[in-house]
Design a protein. Structure first.
Ligand SMILES: [Zn+2]
Length: 338
């Protein structure tokens, strides 16, 4: 098969690789229906996160099971399945506590920008849909694997509840789906921070009531102004830079919460300053496995349409253009069809 490999900054190649096969009795091999480029793929693509060797890319996936190892019980060939970007046994103490992305048997998925994928810990990682999905549901089902699950965790970690006032830092796909998630959780007011018109429109479609285009101190001041000087109850940090993290913390009211899901790059927190903010911080890699059944249900019953974050669709062999379009912010998120 041919698959996606990153060789160095802005050097994406689609090249011949060995087709994956069952290696462990707990594995499944699935044929991907759709896959995509993640905002977090841009960190190594831009060279911000160094890679030591050519690295196969991709960690968002859904598709049809082709083969399972002899120990696999919960999924079988022919089923359509979705899995988290982090594998899990779904039985260890961390999984039982709802933090499957800290599973003692966790592996971070990679190699999913390909036609075929091996998934370790298949029983604990994959969830099957009720039947074979209609083709128009595929983009939304794919978002559950990471980007929607991550936006959902950001909202949950920030403590969003019915009636909350919420601010979202970051207008990438995760931030936009953080808006959708906050809306689903009953937030009354959702302030999306974006200076990009197409993204502002999608944020409104997903439930944003206000848009703030200022950034940094100006953005914080504007959120304070919109909340009568109080700050937001919950702030979703969906970028991962030092500035975006502090923008989120300073926009939060005392006693409020920040849910941070942007992979941190260069974030440093001053203990004394944090101490006096009175803000709760919770974040990390989203425990997507916990949300899979409920999010599949919401998409399956067409209650939400998170697939709208894909504003570019390409054949998989043009994956390099998907990276370029997202890097240059010409696309919010690129869907790839094997
Ligand atoms: Zn576990």
């Amino acid at each position: 098969m041919r698959a996606t490999v990153l060789y160095g900054p802005r050097d994406i190649r689609f090249e011949e690789r060995e087709t994956p096969k069952i290696e462990q009795p707990t594995d499944a091999v699935i044929r991907l229906s759709v896959t995509c480029v993640c905002g977090s793929d841009l960190w190594p693509y831009r060279g911000v996160q160094a890679i030591e060797r050519p690295t196969p890319m991709g960690h968002e996936y859904c598709g049809v099971v082709e083969e399972v190892g002899r120990a696999v019980r919960s999924v079988k060939p022919g089923q359509f399945v979705i899995g988290s970007f982090a594998t899990s046994d779904n039985t260890c103490p961390h999984c039982q506590y709802g933090y499957q992305s800290s599973c003692v048997n966790r592996e971070f998925m990679t190699r999913a920008q390909a036609p075929v994928l091996r998934v370790p810990q298949a029983d604990g990682t994959l969830v099957a849909t009720p039947a074979m999905p209609a083709p128009d549901l595929l983009p939304s089902l794919l978002t559950i694997s990471d980007v929607l699950g991550t936006g959902w965790f950001a909202a949950e970690a920030a403590g969003v509840k019915p009636g909350s006032t919420v601010a979202v830092v970051g207008d990438g796909a995760v931030g936009l789906l953080g808006v959708l998630s906050a809306k689903q959780m009953g937030a009354e007011r959702i302030i999306a921070m974006s200076r990009h018109q197409a993204r502002q429109e999608l944020a409104r479609e997903f439930g944003a009531s206000d848009i703030v285009s200022e950034r940094g101190d100006g953005g914080v001041a504007r959120i304070k102004e919109l909340t009568k000087g109080v700050g937001a109850d919950s702030v979703l940090e969906c970028v991962g830079t030092h500035d975006s993290m502090w923008q989120a913390i300073r926009a939060t009211r005392p006693g409020g919460g920040v849910g941070y899901v942007g992979v941190p790059h260069g974030v440093s927190l001053d203990g004394a300053e944090l101490f006096f903010t009175h803000v709760r911080l919770h974040g990390g890699p989203a425990p997507v496995r916990r949300y899979l059944p409920d999010l599949i249900d919401l998409v399956w019953n067409r209650k939400i349409d998170p697939g709208k974050v894909f504003d570019l669709t390409l054949p998989l062999d043009q994956v390099a253009e998907g990276y370029r379009a997202m890097d240059e912010r010409r696309a919010i998120k690129a869907l790839l069809r094997p």
